[in-house]
Design a protein around this ligand. Structure first.
Ligand code: PBG
Length: 332
């Protein structure tokens, strides 16, 4: 039922906007550092960082530097950090065996961070693309990205991450059946309390370009990801995917990209009411950063506004490369 509202001048909506105090009382949503998951890129080596040209201000870090980043995040009140590996071209193979090696750079980083900063939650990425010679998230056979054999590999990858101490597994591959398969393996192998944040409504988006530079997948990728990631034209399909992933044992679900897909965030939250996250992806970060660097936008202001919009759209949290910068502002 629509409430009746007295007409002007009885109702003057500007009354509640007239001072910071009244605006604070009327404000529906808040943003805090505890809303953030900070994605970081890790690489081999010691005591070094490499800039990523298409993501100004973001670097690839060696594991010891990733530990420093985790300490900083924890001190800022950021509850979780998400690790993405940079794999050198010669370590990428057709069988992707490095993906489930206990000693790959991602698993090294999980162990080092959990050892040094046990209270921060460590999230992972489950997909074959950083290890795959052709840049795809799944195995390629005769030009097709095959589903079921990929799922078996993803399970091995997830178990290796759980064994390294990961708190949150992040399957980002969009194969069918992977959540149930990973959940089943976690249950049977003694990792009942490891959570899954499923990249559930992950679209085949061109906003991932800078990320693919960061993990070195841009030049490796042959073709596109349209046979497994979602069509940007679809909305109902996102709800079917969320229902499916919840039934298979996901604890949290994600919409990705973020800002162009806020309608999906809202539909998912309204329909299911489960912990819902958005990924403000590399291309969104790059757009805002580039405009700020050109002096065309106020960088801090659009960063904070874009993050608040995810809360308004119903998200419980945001994966964002801005996490430490935004947390510093929020902490004063
Ligand atoms: C790969 C993966 C991608 C991102 C996260 N995991 C890229 C892709 O699907 O090609 C994108 C993140 C970003 O753009 O910030 N499994």
């Amino acid at each position: 039922m629509k409430p009746t509202v007295a007409p002007f001048p009885t109702t003057r909506l500007r009354r509640m906007r007239q001072s910071p105090a009244l605006r604070a009382l009327a404000r529906q949503n808040v943003l805090t550092p505890s809303d953030f998951i900070w994605p970081i890129f890790v690489m081999e080596g010691t005591d070094a960082e490499e800039p990523i040209p298409s993501m100004p201000g973001v670097t690839r870090k060696t594991v010891d530097r990733a530990v420093i980043a985790a300490r900083e995040a924890h001190a800022l009140g950021i509850p979780a950090i998400c690790i993405f590996p940079y794999t050198s071209m010669d370590a990428r193979t057709e069988d992707c065996a490095l993906a489930w090696s206990p000693d790959n750079i991602s698993n090294q980083a999980i162990r080092a961070i959990k050892d040094a900063v046990p209270d921060i939650a460590v999230m992972t990425d489950i997909a074959l693309d950083p290890y795959n010679i052709n840049g795809h998230d799944g195995f390629v056979e005769n030009g097709q990205i095959v589903n079921d054999r990929t799922v078996d590999a993803l399970v091995k990858m997830g178990i290796a991450q759980a064994e390294a101490g990961a708190d949150i597994l992040g399957p980002s591959d969009m194969m069918d059946g992977r959540i149930g398969a990973i959940r089943g393996a976690l249950e049977s192998e003694g990792h009942q309390n490891v959570t899954i944040l499923s990249y559930t409504a992950k679209y085949a988006s061109s906003f991932y370009g800078p990320f693919r530079d960061a993990v070195g997948a841009s030049s490796a990728l042959t073709g596109d990801k349209n046979t497994y990631q979602m069509d940007p034209a679809n909305s109902d399909e996102a709800l079917r995917l969320v229902e499916r992933d919840l039934n298979e044992g996901a604890d949290m679900i994600m919409v990705k990209p973020g800002m162009p897909y806020l309608d999906i965030c809202r539909r998912v939250k309204d329909t299911f009411g489960v912990p819902t996250y958005a990924y403000q992806v590399s291309g969104e970060f790059a757009m805002l950063r580039a405009a700020a660097q050109s002096g065309w936008l106020d960088g801090d202001a659009v960063m904070m506004e874009s993050l608040m919009c995810f809360k308004r759209a119903g998200c419980d949290g945001i994966l964002t490369y801005f996490a430490p910068e935004a947390a510093k502002i929020l902490n004063g």
